[in-house]
Design a protein around this ligand. Structure first.
Ligand code: HEC
Length: 106
């Protein structure tokens, strides 16, 4: 009985713990830096009327293309969009999170 529970647990967590951790950190970064304007979840509304929900970003860009922009400090030319400079670690985490919420992924 005990053995069965362990097998079930092992199959329930197919995502490696490290990847989960990365996604969790990415979500925190998004909550702190982007949530004031952008929707960052699967079904929430952006607080800033012009800010696209993050789940739709990959409809406009491949997520990979955003990586470079984030590392260099993203600035879309919009006055309300603050410059966001992140370490490459933070960017990796943020993109890992964004990847999990894209509306058109998989
Ligand atoms: C103060 C409000 C605000 C914050 C905070 C903010 N954004 Fe934005 N962002 C905007 C607005 C408004 C736009 C739309 C700009 C436009 O359409 O000209 C935008 C657009 C974008 C775009 C798309 C640009 C394009 O050309 O389509 C990306 C990518 C983006 N933001 C990423 C982020 C990320 C990542 C964060 C957090 C690290 C963030 N933004 C934080 C307001 C914000």
């Amino acid at each position: 009985m005990k053995r069965l529970a362990i097998v079930l647990l092992a199959t329930a967590f197919t995502v490696p713990a490290q990847a989960e951790d990365l996604v969790r950190r990415g979500r925190q970064i998004a909550e702190m830096n982007c949530l004031p304007c952008h929707a960052i979840g699967a079904g929430d509304e952006s607080k800033h009327p012009q800010a696209p929900p993050m789940r739709d970003l990959s409809k406009r860009y491949p997520l990979d293309a955003l990586e470079e922009a984030f590392v260099e400090g993203i600035y879309s030319g919009h006055p309300d969009m603050p410059e966001f400079k992140a370490t490459s670690d933070q960017v990796t985490a943020l993109l890992a999170y964004l990847d999990t919420i894209q509306s058109d992924s998989r």
